[in-house]
Design a binder for this molecule. Structure first.
Ligand SMILES: *[C@@H]1O[C@H](CO)[C@@H](O)[C@H](O)[C@H]1NC(C)=O
Ligand SMILES: *[C@@H]1O[C@H](CO)[C@@H](O)[C@H](O)[C@H]1NC(C)=O
Length: 418
């Protein structure tokens, strides 16, 4: 953060400060906290309803609005008129936090990927999309885009690379021509080894993209016949065969091994649990399961519980630690749910910092206990914890360094901002 304000190049003539500057970069780097706003949460019942007015604009460094659509003529378009109202409300949050960056997402888990394949297939259709994207983003005051294509098939691999390259080229040109800060280019990418290998030319896309949001959750879920945590940090003691790849650590290392720089990798965190219905009296990891757990009272999907819905269940159950994977599960009668708490998040944050990743992203704002009604941990316990660890934690460093640097530099107006 400090180094965005102070150019390292200018300082490098001072021998001492060159080293200091590098130190600041490496210490203050894992400081991004990207939070998704899911428009579908606006129509949930009762206390589950979450609208843009429920967002705390200071909690995250970036907020992603999900999702926009791709039209039959390959343009980036809103799904309907209510999105346009939301776009404006979301971007107005920046008046309350001028540091906040907003991104518009296109795609997502329920999106018809044929629209991506078609749009990305020729230079002309890509160009149509890219030009419409620049116009939409600027018209509504977004700072960038999040391409959430799940996932480009092997036949789309090169098209995806070209889409990334051409988006960057257009963003760079537009920034120069309009004297504005260049639009930010991000993509959400798979955390599964086989999909990564099939879908991406990693070194090329990692060159074009500013950030890669690695979807390090849903490794397991009630679509399987045995219990398993959806977002383990590490390999489990029962994992054999291809299951040894199904964890956050493997995915993050695999992306790096394939050529993605650590600083561009943003690690996914799930503010929800995945619940199973147990099929026998066995209750551990790998216990036989008989389909998804009950539906979340407010979110309404079988076996998917918002963080706040998980709180309702675990009040009645026992919380268990999965030692090797460093995450929790809980059993209440025949319901088995894997989830994260502040303790397991603390370990994941340390992991992000130790590996010098760019930061974390959270799916999603509406799944936290956003009014503090369910978990007895205050408002937004999940994301507030991450915010204090990643954003505030990173700001402490420049404070110390500012004192160090003040021995070499006369304070300027730039300093007052820190
Ligand atoms: C916009 O679309 C969403 C879901 O696709 C729907 O819930 C909402 O009611 C729509 N709004 C309008 C104004 O049509
Ligand atoms: C789960 O399914 C796999 C094959 O898909 C099978 O080999 C295994 O025995 C099943 N396990 C249970 C507990 O039903």
């Amino acid at each position: 953060m400090l180094c965005e304000l102070l150019s390292c190049a200018n300082m490098s003539r001072l021998i001492l400060t060159a080293g200091l500057c590098l130190m600041i970069i490496s210490l203050a780097s894992s400081s991004m906290l990207v939070c998704y706003f899911d428009r579908s949460a606006e129509t949930r019942a009762a206390q589950g309803e979450f609208t843009i007015s429920d967002i705390d604009p200071k909690l995250c460094t970036h907020i992603i609005y999900t999702s926009a659509d791709i039209s039959s003529t390959n343009e980036l378009v809103p799904f309907n008129a209510s999105d346009l109202i939301d776009y404006k409300s979301l971007n107005r949050l920046k008046t309350r936090n001028p540091q906040l960056k907003t991104l518009l997402s296109v795609g997502g888990v329920t999106f018809n990927i044929q629209k991506f394949s078609k749009m990305a297939s020729t230079p002309t259709t890509r160009s149509t999309f890219i030009q419409s994207a620049v116009l939409q983003l600027r018209t509504f005051g977004f700072d960038g885009i999040n391409v959430d294509w799940r996932f480009p098939g092997p036949g789309d691999k090169q098209a995806f690379t070209m889409l990334c390259e051409e988006l960057l080229g257009a963003f760079e040109d537009e920034g120069i021509q309009t004297y504005r800060q260049r639009l930010i280019l991000t993509a959400s990418v798979s955390a599964e080894k086989a999909v990564i290998s099939a879908s991406y030319e990693v070194p090329q896309i990692a060159t074009s993209l500013d950030y890669l949001l690695v979807l390090t959750f849903d490794f397991h879920g009630p679509w399987e016949n045995v219990t398993g945590h959806h977002s383990p940090l590490y390999q489990g003691s029962q994992d054999t065969g291809n299951n040894i790849y199904l964890n956050t650590d493997y995915a993050m290392r695999f992306w790096q091994d394939q050529g993605a720089p650590a600083q561009k990798l943003i690690m996914g965190l799930a503010a929800y649990g995945r619940a199973f219905t147990l099929a026998s009296s066995a209750t551990g990891v790998g216990a036989p399961a008989n389909g998804p757990g009950e539906e979340g009272c407010y979110t309404g999907e079988n076996g998917f519980w918002a963080y706040y819905e998980t709180c309702l269940y675990i009040q009645r159950g026992q919380i268990e630690w999965i030692a090797k994977q460093e995450v929790f599960f809980s059993v209440t009668e025949d319901q088995w749910v894997g989830f994260d708490t502040q303790s397991s998040l603390a370990i994941k944050v340390s992991y992000i910092k130790a590996n010098n990743f760019g930061g974390a992203f959270v799916w999603s704002l509406d799944l936290d206990d956003f009014r503090g009604e369910f978990c007895n941990q205050g408002i937004n316990p999940f994301i507030r914890f991450l915010s204090s660890e990643l954003i505030l934690g990173a700001q402490k460093v420049p404070e110390i360094m500012a004192w160090e640097l003040s021995r070499y530099f006369k304070p300027t107006s730039t300093w007052q901002q820190i």
